[in-house]
Ligand binder design. Structure first.
Ligand code: FPP
Ligand code: ZN
Length: 555
């Protein structure tokens, strides 16, 4: 799938955001540091750096062709003016929202234009230490007492930390038994998982539990043949999913008697797909139509079809939900207004911050790297149609290249979201947490990869293929999400255009071990382990899980 670049082992002039050889600075020290060293941003004409790939954090590792007469280039290119100058259009009417927006842009510009480190590297070791605190317990094996409010989110904490660690390259299989023993008691006899011990089954808690079990996978023991997902009672789960289905609207409630929204739908569909639940009549009847009705006049998606405000969280649930139910080029185009969607999604990316917001007139926040950034993979695959699975020719048949600024998001993440103490955060001034750490890392991985859908294998008995062909309701088990692939090479819109072409970025270096990650040795790659764009679990796990449920007969 990808080649290891020799540059991955070369030495670097980029510094970790948080070097561990000295006491980590406090957030206010970092802030004062930035303030005192801030200089007026360079104008476009002052900038000499004009590579075809501005998202080029490994520039220092490349041998740069310099003519004898030209002065040597700076080791790290300066931040482009787009990310260091105030927005061209500003609200003339001052409101609390316009003031918050301007002050957020100002603080982000200071971080983005830090002259001593315009593109900090990923503080991998510090983020690993932070997330391991969530899995193992920070003090005396326990989570901080502040986490008591998350008692109904136990499976979520486990998922966020496990997936965050997996993105960073940690082999999380070592937590398998611990994860199973924490999650098993949350499973109810009536089907599904509660968020905490003794709590009623909830579809989001169940989704997080299924993802966590999917991530830890199989045991290394000789007799450890069974997936951790094997602890799920698929039969009662199936029955419970029938109970939360709203047969009239096509949607799913979050729990028996609970509210109904696109979170319920997306979580239920992921559970169905990852557990490979067997054919059952019409459990997904009317669901695509339900999701289509959640699109609003803005082009984004509200929580329900009742005209709620469009929000990035619901956009991801809707798009990923539809993509569990069929080929993206068919389901997205059939049920959505794609032009309005692209318009609303594009408006979510802010300049100068580079980061993404969740809704109109709101601020950038790192977690939208997944909820909004993750939508782009699905939308681009919907527009481009199925692609050949050939590393040499992948993306050649595409209709569009990258429709968003991967560079902008990567800069926002690296400069604004890395907490000096480890872990990732919403924005400067906020503390790191497990939720933001995971979704920011997933979003960073999305900037580093091109995701595409491969042509569906057509069974001989099926009707002849046609680009608009869609069977009324997809039969269970759901197979479409298993036909996605990725490439670390991002097709560009045009050659030499200032858009990310990350093909020079090293793939995950095969020679990096977990000891390297955790020891004093700095891993000179910002590359993350790639995830599946619908499930948000390690990509490599998905085929193994498919093989696991395909090996089952019935439940
Ligand atoms: C607003 O928060 C947040 C929402 C309205 C919903 C967010 C939904 C998700 C994150 C999706 C959840 C997905 C699953 C799978 C359960 P806010 O007002 O604090 O933030 P904002 O100002 O950025 O809108
Ligand atoms: Zn957030």
């Amino acid at each position: 799938m990808s080649a290891t670049s020799p540059s991955s082992t070369a030495s670097s002039s980029r510094t970790p955001a948080n070097p561990t050889t000295r006491t980590p600075p406090t957030p206010s020290e970092v802030f004062n540091d930035i303030l005192s060293s801030a200089q007026p941003p360079p104008t476009y004409s002052q900038q000499t750096w004009n590579p075809s790939n501005p998202y080029f954090p490994h520039y220092h590792n490349q041998s740069m062709p310099t003519a004898a007469t030209t002065p040597p280039e700076p080791l790290i290119p300066p931040t482009p003016a787009l990310f260091t100058t105030p927005p061209i259009l500003q609200d003339t009417l001052q409101t609390p929202s316009s003031k918050d927006q301007l002050s957020t842009a100002e603080i982000c510009m200071k971080h983005l234009s830090n002259p001593s480190d315009p593109f900090p590297i990923l503080s991998r070791r510090e983020h690993i230490a932070f997330l391991e605190g969530g899995i193992l317990g920070v003090q005396n094996g326990k989570l901080h007492q502040m986490m008591v409010v998350l008692d109904a989110s136990r499976s979520w904490i486990i998922y966020w930390c496990l997936q965050g660690l997996a993105s960073l390259g940690v082999d999380v299989g070592k937590y398998r038994e611990r994860v199973i023993s924490s999650l098993r008691p949350l499973q109810n006899e009536s089907g599904g998982f509660g968020g905490g011990n003794g709590q009623v089954s909830h579809v989001t808690a169940t989704y997080a539990a299924v993802l966590a079990l999917a991530i830890v996978g199989r045991s290394d023991d000789e007799d450890g043949e069974e997936e951790a997902l094997g602890i799920v009672d698929r039969k009662t789960m199936f029955r419970w999913l029938h109970e939360i289905k709203d047969w009239e609207s096509g949607g799913f409630r979050v729990c028996v008697g609970g509210e109904e929204d696109v979170r319920g739908v997306y979580c239920a569909l992921v559970i169905l797909a990852l557990l490979g639940l067997p054919p059952s009549g019409n459990l997904v009847k009317g669901t695509k139509e339900y999701l289509g009705r959640c699109q609003t006049y803005e082009g984004g998606f509200g929580a329900t079809p009742n005209g709620d405000e469009a929000h990035g969280g619901y956009a991801f649930c809707t798009l990923a939900g539809l993509c569990t139910l069929g080929e993206p080029a068919v389901v997205l185009k059939k049920y959505l207004d794609m032009d309005r969607l692209v318009s609303w999604l594009s408006a979510r990316q802010h300049a100068p911050e580079g980061g993404l917001s969740g809704r109109t007139n709101k601020l950038v926040d790192g977690c939208y790297a997944t909820w909004v950034g993750g939508c782009w993979a699905l939308v681009e695959a919907g527009i481009n149609g199925p692609q050949d699975e050939n590393e040499e020719t992948v993306g050649e048949k595409r209709v569009v290249g990258s429709l968003w600024s991967r560079e902008g998001l990567a800069r926002y993440i690296m400069s604004c979201c890395q907490s000096p103490r480890g872990g990732l955060r919403d924005k400067p001034g906020k503390g790191a947490d497990y939720y933001h750490s995971n979704y920011i890392l997933l979003g960073l991985a999305s900037t580093q990869n091109y995701f595409y859908y491969t042509p569906s294998p057509i069974p001989l008995s099926s009707p002849p293929p046609s680009s608009n062909h869609e069977s009324a309701d997809p039969p269970l088990p759901l197979t479409a999400p298993f036909l996605w692939r990725y490439s670390p090479r991002i097709p560009s819109n045009a050659p030499n255009v200032a858009e990310a072409i990350v093909e020079d970025m090293p793939a995950w270096p095969d020679d990096i071990t977990e000891e390297d990650l955790l020891s004093g040795q700095e891993v000179e790659s910002d590359r993350l382990k790639v995830h599946h764009p619908i499930f948000n679990i390690p990509f490599e796990r998905v085929a193994e899980i498919e093989a696991w449920w395909k090996g089952k007969v019935g439940f």
